[in-house]
Unconditional design. Structure first.
Length: 316
């Protein structure tokens, strides 16, 4: 049993596939101790709604775990109210209580607190824990327990000469500061504990802690989360505000161009009609006997025949 050992926990959540309104989230956490030795870790796949992050139906090939509530983060537009959060260790949904609004790393953040206690249900965690311990070892561990717990275990130790069956209880508590505009967790604190229990005369008796992690985000991680929230907020502004305004401006410009082109086309058509009208009203040319066709206009001057008039063709 080791105590006060420094550890580093890294959680990485990636969107690895999208099908219609559902997204596949690959959720991995690795906990390492001194020398980079792995002491704990999880790897899970969730199928969630792309906007609300609520449970969604994904392809069977994803192998997503069934769950209720939020499993991999808060929605893109969080609200100042309670949320149901999925606790993977106990496979139950607990209430993340909204407790107020604070400023974290320059961001306005909603604060949520959650606490969950229950039997360990995660298959990978259960597979890593021994289902039983030798009776002499359990007897030795029981010596450090309160007297009433020692008395409760006497019958179990007497009836199990070789090994004592164990059960495991998990308790998770967490506090999250969630950016009000983007749903990014700017800061988090987490405690995860697992204890080994033996069925005593009047109920389970805790004989020893198996895992007890107290985790908090480092200043660099908080800054990185704040930068990520800034990037997400900028993208949201571009998509939600700037892009519609640009499209509206383009629509107005196209409308003006359409009106101008329409007027220009009308002018061309009217000009062509006038030319045809003038051609009809022009007097017929006459032969003056000198081999040259002439046409007298109103002033008695010669005019160029229509066949020799310069023409202009304009197409739209």
């Amino acid at each position: 049993m080791l105590k006060d050992v420094p550890v580093t926990a890294v959680r990485e959540v990636r969107v690895t596939d999208v099908q219609s309104g559902a997204a596949r989230f690959d959720d991995r956490t690795t906990v390492t101790g001194p020398g980079g030795k792995a002491v704990a870790g999880t790897a899970r796949v969730w199928a969630v709604d792309r906007r609300s992050l609520a449970p969604a139906e994904g392809p069977a090939s994803w192998g997503a775990l069934p769950h209720q509530g939020l499993a991999a983060g808060f929605p893109l537009h969080p609200e100042p109210h309670d949320y149901a959060l999925w606790d993977a260790a106990t496979a139950t949904a607990s209430t993340a209580r909204y407790t107020g609004t604070e400023t974290r790393a320059g961001h306005r953040a909603y604060v949520y607190e959650v606490s969950t206690t229950g039997p360990v249900a995660d298959a990978r965690t259960k597979a890593a824990l021994p289902p039983a311990l030798p009776t002499p070892l359990v007897a030795g561990l029981s010596q450090s327990l309160p007297q009433n717990d020692q008395d409760a275990l006497k019958g179990v130790l007497a009836s199990s000469p070789k090994a004592v069956p164990l059960s495991y209880q998990a308790q998770d508590t967490a506090t999250a500061w969630v950016d009000t505009k983007t749903g990014v967790a700017i800061d988090q604190k987490l405690r995860q504990a697992v204890v080994a229990q033996v069925a005593g005369a009047s109920g389970p008796v805790t004989i020893a802690p198996v895992l007890d992690l107290s985790l908090a985000m480092t200043p660099d991680s908080v800054k990185e989360a704040a930068d990520r929230a800034n990037t997400a907020a900028t993208a949201r502004t571009l998509i939600g505000t700037v892009t519609p305004l640009v499209l509206l401006a383009l629509a107005a410009i196209l409308g003006v161009l359409a009106a101008l082109l329409g007027r220009r086309r009308d002018a061309v058509l009217k000009g062509g009609a006038q030319t045809r009208e003038n051609a009809v009203q022009a007097p017929e040319p006459r032969d003056d006997g000198a081999g040259t066709d002439k046409t007298d206009d109103a002033d008695g001057e010669a005019a160029t025949p229509e066949s020799e008039q310069p023409t202009t063709t304009e197409s739209n």
